[in-house]
Design a protein around this ligand. Structure first.
Ligand SMILES: C[S@@+](CC[C@H](N)C(=O)[O-])C[C@H]1O[C@@H](n2cnc3c(N)ncnc32)[C@H](O)[C@@H]1O
Length: 352
């Protein structure tokens, strides 16, 4: 059912110095694509992601794999901005249904409101604040016995990453939080407060293959005692200090890569991302109908290894009748238009 869009409440224009807004919260036109479609498109055309949005990756490839049909049931396990969901929902019409899950209580209602504005009604689209590892319970609670399609696009969205208040990026100043669900667990600075040096080394290596883990960890411990590592910039500065003993040429060559990896490693630990992914991979075959399709997009080796192994194990035991090999990557053209697609790897499986 198509619904007519409700007008959004009036918002006072953000004030900023200079000709163009620079800060995330000042880019009010990018945050409101329904009111400023030209600005939104201009940013997209320049190869950037508009503030407060997210560009879906490998969309056509995912549609070819999942082949959504009218009347089918799909679970988008990581709803995010709803980019993939939008495309899938159109193909499920008429009579299809999509359940979109996300653990982020801040972005989920925004995405739900945006999708309603686009005309997706309650009977075809349900947004649920839930962890994807609990996908089977969610389907049970909706009296849905199984799904025909499952999509998971792992990690974090651009709007989470770019919002300084979420403390997810070393590129902007914010509290060192790193949680996808700030209503649960502890922020990263508190989590770090309880770790010994060996545990920090283990997290950096296990979660991000950090080659300088043994140089960085003792400095994090020192700086933690001095300033509590309570903000993104304090953690970034501490990692830089940890690399001071490296030859300058090597430091220049590495650039910000070690900082990005340290943030990634701590984020994975704070959100227990690997344990959750493993639980999800166990649940997928229980939830899929025979002949059902699953597609999973990963963004680093720790995720891809786990997806590859689970798919191979289930293919060997006959649970999946087909899996892809080799992995699917974004085209050079897509990476040019959206550099965040460069690390994406897509795997799929079909249930026997
Ligand atoms: C890369 S984004 C998805 C983007 C989406 N495909 C789109 O096109 O807009 C990943 C999303 O997964 C969510 N997420 C991460 N871990 C999750 C989990 N365990 N359960 C549910 N959602 C999760 C994040 O909050 C984020 O919104």
């Amino acid at each position: 059912m198509e619904t007519s869009p409700e007008p959004l409440p009036h918002k006072r224009r953000q004030r900023y110095s200079g000709k163009n807004p620079r800060k995330f919260e000042e880019k009010y036109k990018e945050h409101r694509p329904e009111s400023y479609p030209e600005t939104f498109q201009k940013v997209l055309d320049s190869g950037k992601t508009p503030a407060g949005s997210h560009r879906p990756i490998l969309v056509q490839e995912i549609l070819q794999i999942l082949r959504p049909q009218p009347g089918e049931v799909c679970v988008d396990a990581t709803l995010g901005y709803g980019g993939h969901t939008c495309e899938i929902l159109r193909l499920l019409r008429p009579a299809g249904r999509l359940i979109g899950l996300d653990i982020d209580p801040i972005e989920l209602p925004r995405t739900e409101a945006r999708l309603r504005l686009l005309g997706f009604g309650e009977e075809e689209f349900t947004a649920v604040h839930a962890n994807y590892a609990a996908m089977n319970q969610v389907l049970n609670s909706l009296s849905l016995p199984a799904a025909d399609l499952i999509l998971a696009d792992l990690g974090i969205s651009s709007m989470q990453l770019d919002n300084p208040a979420r403390g997810l990026s070393y590129k902007s100043e914010g509290p060192l939080d790193l949680r996808m669900n700030p209503g649960k667990g502890s922020p990263a600075w508190e989590f770090l407060a309880n770790l010994d040096q060996e545990k920090i080394v283990e997290i950096l290596i296990e979660n991000a293959d950090e080659p300088y883990a043994r140089l960085i960890a003792p400095i994090l411990i020192e700086d933690r005692a001095r300033n509590g590592l309570r903000t993104t910039s304090l953690l970034a500065a501490s990692v830089r200090r940890g690399l001071q003993s490296l030859p300058k040429q090597l430091r220049d060559q590495e650039g910000d890569a070690p900082i990005r990896r340290v943030f990634q490693a701590i984020r994975i630990a704070v959100n227990q991302e690997f344990a959750t992914l493993e639980a999800f991979l166990r649940v997928v075959p229980q939830v899929l109908n025979p002949g059902g399709r699953v597609a999973i997009l990963t963004f680093h080796s720790g995720e891809d290894r786990r997806v590859k192994k689970a798919f191979q194990d289930h293919a060997r035991s006959g649970v999946y009748r087909e899996i892809n090999d080799p992995v699917i990557r974004a085209s050079a053209e897509e990476v040019r238009a959206n550099p965040r697609a460069s690390s994406a790897k897509l795997r799929w499986a079909i249930k026997a």
